[in-house]
Design a protein around this ligand. Structure first.
Ligand SMILES: [Zn+2]
Length: 486
């Protein structure tokens, strides 16, 4: 019997979101709870567990799983506590033959640029030189410590992401190959690309980025091709290792790994002018939404609660009101003070409230509005191993529109949150998805058109508007005349 240790550690940081994340924002499961939850549902951890479960000669050693939605940098004491608990759970286990981790990769602390690297280093120190694989999002931050500590990284191969489970499975399969002696000597090459990428060409199903991913998949299907991935960083995690990378692992063939990583890097660099987002002014959005029948889905990449933004933007709502949008819109906003006022006023009451701009005060100013409180709730929503927690939530009517205000950021990449509030986007003419592209998986079949708003926000796809301080420079597209360096 071989003992395979598993752990999950995931969060995606938006460094320009002024609200830090805390311990309580994380979902935490320990030991057997992890298996119980992820055997039912979930992403990469589930994929890993499913593969390992199939083997009679493998004992899964579940230790610690901490994951959350996206948000600002994790507060120092809270991050120390999370990492401390994870490593404590790992250190309480002995005789470990292999490790398979489920990571996101774009986590940052207020005073820690590389939380995942710290976790990997701590695990390595305890388990020693045993095979260690991991699944990661393609939006992670890749440090030397991560490359050194992991024998093979399996990156997501889809964007919008729909292959989390498969990726967790690939990481587990690689681990089994190493334990079985089928892969003897994993060697990894990485090429750093001074590039930040955004936009629709990244959509793997239709865009140019899909070609790079197909090259990775073709490589992984060859003998000795252990793992290949194109990592595009998370442009909002402003840390010294923010960039794009190509990362390739072979079985013992260093030159081949290097060659493949270089080929992928050259492809990404040659196409660098394609990786930008096409955004539209609010005037034009209102015009187009008025003209078109059916549901207009408006992406708000700048206040993406799927990318680390604060979620308190009222910019699209303001635009709809300013340009007299005549149909009905459904909008989510993070606004704890407005929620508190609504709970105080009660269902059925009307009152004036400043809406939005309660967190990211530099980017958004409150909108004075008269609202009617239609319903109040606990803000629990969705499926998954544990429910999403938006905190206390108020459904407010503002003129003909519905504004769902919550204490905390909720995911609006699908209808799940709105449905939990008794609202179906299909009953509206306009819905805002606070997301750059991830919402397309769910909304494409429902939408008559998809537009992207050019509004401010801490995760703006217009990267030049963001106050980068720490990422390496020069970097494309922030700087002119950037040299690839390879
Ligand atoms: Zn991602």
């Amino acid at each position: 019997m071989k003992r395979v240790l598993i752990a999950t550690f995931m969060q995606e940081t938006g460094s320009f979101n002024p609200k830090p994340m805390i311990y309580d924002d994380f979902n935490i499961l320990r030991g057997q709870e992890i298996l119980d939850a992820f055997r039912q549902s979930g992403g990469s951890t589930r994929g890993t567990v499913e593969v390992l479960d199939k083997r009679d000669d493998i004992e899964i050693v579940p230790t610690y799983a901490a994951w959350s939605g996206t948000g600002g940098p994790v507060a120092t004491a809270d991050l120390d506590r999370l990492i401390g608990e994870l490593l404590e759970a790992v250190e309480s286990e002995s005789n470990i033959d292999g490790v398979c981790l489920a990571l996101h990769g774009a986590m940052a602390g207020e005073s820690e640029d590389d939380p995942e690297g710290r976790v990997i280093e701590g695990i390595r120190k305890h388990v020693g030189d045993v095979p260690l694989t991991a699944s990661m999002d393609l939006h992670g931050i890749i440090t030397d410590r991560i490359i050194e500590g992991i024998d093979a990284i399996s990156f997501l191969h889809t964007y919008p992401h729909v292959d989390q489970q498969e990726t967790g499975a690939r990481a587990a399969q690689n681990l089994l190959k190493m334990l079985d002696g089928e892969v003897k000597n994993p060697v990894t090459a990485r090429v750093k690309i001074p590039l930040l990428a955004r936009g629709n060409e990244l959509i793997t199903k239709t865009g140019k980025f899909g070609e790079a991913i197909q090259m990775c998949q073709a490589f992984e299907a060859t003998p000795g091709g252990v793992a290949a991935g194109v990592n595009i960083g998370n442009p909002f995690t402003d840390v010294p290792d923010l960039r794009s990378n190509t990362i390739v692992t072979t079985d013992g063939d260093e030159a081949r790994a290097q060659e493949e990583a270089m080929k992928l890097a050259r492809f990404m660099w040659a196409n660098r002018n394609l990786w930008f987002a096409d955004l539209m002014s609010m005037v034009e959005i209102v015009e187009r939404a008025e003209e078109k029948d059916g549901l207009t889905v408006c992406g708000d990449p700048a206040d993406s609660t799927a990318s680390g933004a604060s979620g308190d933007s009222n910019a699209i709502l303001k635009g709809l009101l300013e340009y007299n949008y005549s149909k009905r819109a459904l909008i989510f906003i993070v606004d704890a003070p407005a929620v508190a006022s609504a709970f105080e006023a009660g269902v059925g009451s009307s009152f004036n409230v400043p809406l939005g701009g309660s967190i990211d005060k530099e980017r958004f100013s409150p909108l004075e509005a008269e609202v009617y409180v239609q319903a109040l709730s606990d803000g629990l929503y969705g499926g998954g191993p544990v429910p999403g927690r938006a905190g206390r939530t108020a459904k407010l009517r503002l003129k003909q529109h519905t504004v769902v205000a919550s204490e905390r950021a909720a995911a609006t990449t699908s209808s799940a949150f709105f449905l939990s509030q008794g609202e179906d986007p299909r009953d509206y003419d306009f819905v805002v998805a606070k997301s750059p592209n991830g919402f397309r998986t769910h909304y494409e079949p429902l939408a008559s058109q998809i537009l992207y708003a050019d509004v401010p926000g801490s995760t703006s796809a217009n990267l030049k508007t963001l106050p980068y301080r720490r990422c390496p420079r020069p970097i494309f597209p922030l700087d002119e005349d950037v040299e690839a360096g390879f």
